[in-house]
Design a protein around this ligand. Structure first.
Ligand SMILES: Cc1cc2nc3c(=O)[nH]c(=O)nc-3n(C[C@H](O)[C@H](O)[C@H](O)COP(=O)(O)OP(=O)(O)OC[C@H]3O[C@@H](n4cnc5c(N)ncnc54)[C@H](O)[C@@H]3O)c2cc1C
Length: 415
């Protein structure tokens, strides 16, 4: 059996290692489109603030890790797939035959069509090379504009602020992290950032970027004109699927895959950020672009490819953010369930917030700010799932009693 994997991020690497373990007779080839050793984007902010050296972002230690495992790693780009004869063509001209192909090629950031965004000193923060470029410019007193306060934007913001930059964040949504946090949480995070000295504009769009003598001016539709030495663009991503053009693989927000992480083509699988896979909470298909899902997908896809039989119920939408020291997270159906009930407790002064969303007596989603003590429990309550019984009403009056509820309900008496 010849397994070929495109992409050596957390998802592809996990898949290759899992296949090596569970299908020792097969050949495993990892097509790695990066010039660096396989690395984790998640560690980039730590590299940016000098907390880890470059080697600290590598996913695996040791130069010969893949060779030692018997994984054939080829540094090249996948260029096209011929479904008829099961062959992957690389940009170095090589043609790789495969029995099973896993697409774990992630996504790439996009620049919105804004005049002037092609000027110098405007970068994404996606690759190690981006991080090197940003690290060269940012620092004490440097004027930095961050476009986008989504999940990735907020993660980068921490690193930029810690570098000592004068930071302005411009977010088109009406709150921070609008795709992961409700209004209360998004506003709370914004106020926290303002208190920490970061200038945050929400409901604001960059119209254009000018440059005079090396200094950038960012023209915002609020009328603000912000001076910048560096602009970091974090305004969204697209899946890396170009090489599948014409192959007949069904793609929406990502490659559509079933509970085996199999695409619309029988022997092509997808995992990680590039995959639009089963969503635990909705039963529909979603892209959950976080590393734990990528790793889980990699393992599940490998088991499917090795025909080990999987019973994957899908990934839980779960996002945890540390914004300048304020922890926030959202789980599952954080926007609530139609016809369901919600309970919330907000303490703006102390930056603490809990929102619980119920479907009947099941917890199906949650948002928390300023608390780390209940994260594991929230996940457990949503995924088990626990019949809350009488605890539902207690949580409706005090949503912060989830730990007690979990302990009591999982003991079996349900009340
Ligand atoms: C700055 C930053 C911080 C983040 N922080 C967090 C965090 O704190 N927590 C969290 O859970 N997630 C975080 N993420 C998201 C997380 O990094 C991704 O969810 C994760 O990397 C997805 O893994 P993946 O293997 O699917 O894709 P990727 O890591 O993107 O790997 C895909 C690989 O495929 C390669 N590739 C693409 N096209 C081809 C081709 N045609 N041929 C060969 N190779 C190709 C790419 O170059 C890349 O190396 C962060 C992301 C960024 C950018």
């Amino acid at each position: 059996m010849q397994h070929v994997i495109v992409g050596a991020g957390p998802s592809g690497v996990t898949a290759a290692e899992t296949l090596r373990k569970i299908d020792p007779e097969s050949s495993v080839t990892l097509v790695d489109g990066e010039v660096e050793p396989p690395y984790g984007r998640m560690a980039i902010p730590y590299f940016l603030i000098g907390k880890v050296p470059e080697q600290g972002v590598y996913l695996r230690k040791g130069d010969n890790h893949f060779e030692n495992l018997g994984i054939n790693r080829i540094q090249a780009h996948a260029e096209s797939v011929s479904v008829g004869d099961n062959t992957l063509t690389l940009d170095n001209g090589e043609k790789l035959p495969y029995d099973k192909l896993l697409v774990a090629s992630g996504s790439h950031p996009i620049k919105p069509p804004i005049e002037g965004l092609d000027r110098p000193n405007i970068h994404h923060c996606w690759t190690l090379e981006d991080a090197r470029n940003i690290a060269k410019i940012t620092g004490e007193g440097v004027d930095v504009v961050l476009m986008g306060a989504g999940f990735i934007g907020c993660i980068i913001m921490e690193a930029l602020a810690l570098s000592g930059a004068n930071l302005t964040v411009v977010e088109a949504g009406d709150r921070m992290v609008p795709r992961m946090m409700d209004q209360n949480a998004g506003n709370m995070i914004k106020n926290w950032c303002l208190e920490k000295g970061v200038n945050v504009l929400t409901s604001a769009r960059v119209n254009s970027v000018d440059e005079t003598d090396g200094k950038l001016s960012v023209n915002v539709d609020t009328g603000d004109v912000i001076q910048a030495d560096l602009i970091v663009v974090a305004t969204g991503v697209r899946p890396n699927t170009d090489f599948l053009d014409g192959a007949g693989v069904e793609i929406e927000d990502g490659i559509l895959v079933d509970n085996n992480l199999r695409s619309s083509i029988d022997n092509i699988f997808a995992a990680g950020d590039v995959a639009q896979g089963p969503d635990y909470s909705t039963g529909e298909k979603s892209v959950h672009a976080v590393q734990p899902t990528g790793v889980e997908h990699g393992r599940i896809a490998a088991m499917s490819m090795a025909e080990k039989g999987v019973d994957y119920r899908g990934s839980l939408n779960m996002n945890v953010l540390d914004t300048l020291g304020l922890i926030s997270c959202s789980f599952g159906l954080w926007q609530g369930k139609d016809g369901g009930e919600s309970a919330q407790q907000i303490d703006n002064e102390n930056y603490r917030y809990t929102l619980l969303n119920f479907d009947g007596d099941h917890l199906v989603g949650a948002v928390m700010v300023g608390r780390t003590d209940q994260m594991g429990i929230m996940r457990g309550l949503i995924m088990t799932p626990v019949n809350l019984g009488a605890w539902k009403e207690r949580l409706m009056s005090d949503p912060n009693r989830v730990v007690e509820a979990y302990i009591d309900c999982t003991r079996g008496d349900g009340a």
